[in-house]
Design a protein around this ligand. Structure first.
Ligand code: AMP
Ligand code: GLY
Length: 462
């Protein structure tokens, strides 16, 4: 936890709460905060931000668009965030001291640049730095220039180039649309015929503009972990670890999704492996971004494969994971607002290391029938209070109110039911107890989130 003494008096003055609002216990820099996004990740961020000292003294949390869960902590409203002038005008009108950008879209679109240009503190990277997520080819080239361990690859700008490049690889073939494709731009083709078909599909527009160019890369074998770090130019501050389950079905079968569940910490990432990831992958990347004139500010989310040759980068994201944020926020002991503001104001070097609870956290995503295809919309959701009475936290991901004011499903991933425990097994048991208290007939979930960790613990015990 950061003490008031560690904040300079100048900043406290510059950011004093609106006149009339008086901080009762703490004379820190209360400020209004704007959170952009409306999924489970943003509900977790809103829930944690609502506990921040930054919001003391009558300061307000706004969220656009938010969702019914976020509305318990924030004033939610609709705003077209592609209209940067509109966002700036809102920030000026409401005296917003910090903007937190949840999803990657507005970051890749340069919203953080527009806000910074107006002197508004913003948590999230510039358009140039967000290329780490926005262009897979950009990241691969950066890794190559700076010796950062990742899969061997070739970039291809046409189907003919891609087909010719296949000769340099062996099955299974990994094909990635270069741009943002809502988590769906990766094809792992088991054989050459499937790879050729996928190349045809991608250049025919299967992933829209994201597939105008392609990365073909070596398949990496191993277990995947998610490693988070805050960065503000040169400083890197480790911010937790997690593992998620991307496939829709139990035992990791079926199509890929945005994530059907996650747990934290990633115990498979020993302290030594975590240090290697920081030293060989994350720190060199942050240094490379400074050296290349696109310093990174925000959270860097590294997808890492633990291979027989050591940790290697799978991909970067320029935002918190969803549902990884749900488990990270459940374990974060410190003040989220303090860390995000320090990051936005390039003061990370003065912050203490982020502390996370020793407990494990596990989240089960409850999705609407049909996901990850076309989800069934409008299904009634009940039992959230009963689920939370078990001690779990139910984050809203794709919910809304119908005409009668009843809570209904509005998206693919609808809820993220999150619990903590002394072990992943205990957190898992608690999360499923809460899931079973829900009344959401058109929803479904995986029943095995955390299975690797539970099996490891059982193996270790027996
Ligand atoms: P991405 O969208 O880059 O996260 O890719 C989606 C998933 O595909 C990753 O989470 C991995 O499980 C898998 N994947 C991506 N690249 C590779 C690779 N080079 N080798 C093996 N699996 C990969
Ligand atoms: N859960 C994966 C992601 O947020 O990209």
């Amino acid at each position: 936890m950061v003490s008031g003494a560690e904040l300079s008096p100048d900043r406290a003055l510059a950011n004093s709460p609106p006149s009339g609002a008086k901080s009762s216990l703490w004379e820190g820099p209360g400020m209004n905060i704007l959170l952009l996004g409306g999924g489970g990740r943003e509900h977790a961020l809103a829930w944690k931000l609502a506990q921040s000292r930054l919001l003391e003294g009558g300061s307000k949390l706004f969220a656009a668009p938010g969702n019914p869960g976020i509305a318990e902590h924030a004033t939610c409203f609709d705003m077209d965030t592609t209209d940067h002038e509109l966002v700036i005008a809102f920030c000026e009108q409401e005296r917003i001291g910090l903007v937190v950008i949840g999803p990657e879209g507005p970051l890749v679109d340069g919203l953080a640049d527009s806000l910074r240009a107006e002197g508004i503190a913003v948590f999230g990277p510039s358009r140039a730095a967000a290329q780490l997520e926005g262009s897979k080819g950009f990241t691969k080239d950066l890794c190559r220039r700076h010796g950062i361990p990742t899969a061997a690859y070739v970039r291809a700008a046409s189907a003919a180039e891609a087909l010719a490049a296949l000769d340099g690889f062996a099955a299974p073939y990994v094909l990635k649309a270069d741009g943002l494709a809502a988590g769906k731009g990766v094809v792992i083709a088991p054989d050459r015929a499937a790879a050729e078909a996928a190349i045809g599909d991608i250049f025919a527009g299967a992933f829209g503009a994201a597939g105008a160019s392609l990365v073909i890369e070596e398949f990496m074998d191993g277990e995947e972990v998610s490693v988070f770090a805050l960065a503000d130019g040169p400083t890197v501050l480790p911010f937790g670890t997690a593992q998620d389950h991307k496939r829709v079905g139990d035992r990791d079968t079926g199509p890929n999704t945005g994530g059907m569940g996650a747990y934290s910490p990633a115990a498979v990432l020993t302290a030594d492996l975590h240090a290697q990831v920081l030293r060989r992958i994350i720190v060199p990347t942050i240094e490379a971004m400074v050296a290349e004139g696109a310093p990174y500010s925000g959270v860097l989310y590294a997808g890492i494969m633990l291979t027989a040759q050591g940790p290697r980068l799978v991909e970067y994201n320029c935002r918190f994971g969803d549902p990884e944020a749900q488990v990270l926020m459940m374990r974060l002991d410190g003040d989220l607002g303090e860390y995000l503001l320090a990051c936005a104001e390039n003061r990370l070097a003065a912050m203490p290391p982020a502390r996370f609870s020793r407990d494990a956290a596990l989240t089960v995503v409850v999705a609407a029938r049909g996901y990850p295809g076309t989800p069934e919309r409008g299904g009634a959701i009940g039992g959230i209070a009963a689920a939370e009475a078990t001690g779990a936290k139910v984050f809203h991901a794709g919910t809304g109110f119908d005409e009668t004011g009843a809570l209904v499903a509005t998206g693919g991933r609808v809820l993220a039911v999150t619990a903590t425990g002394a072990s992943v097994a205990e957190a898992q048991a608690r999360a499923y107890r809460a899931v079973d208290a829900l009344d959401f007939p058109t929803g479904f979930c995986r029943r095995d989130i955390g299975w690797r960790e539970v099996a490891r613990a059982e193996g270790g015990a027996g």
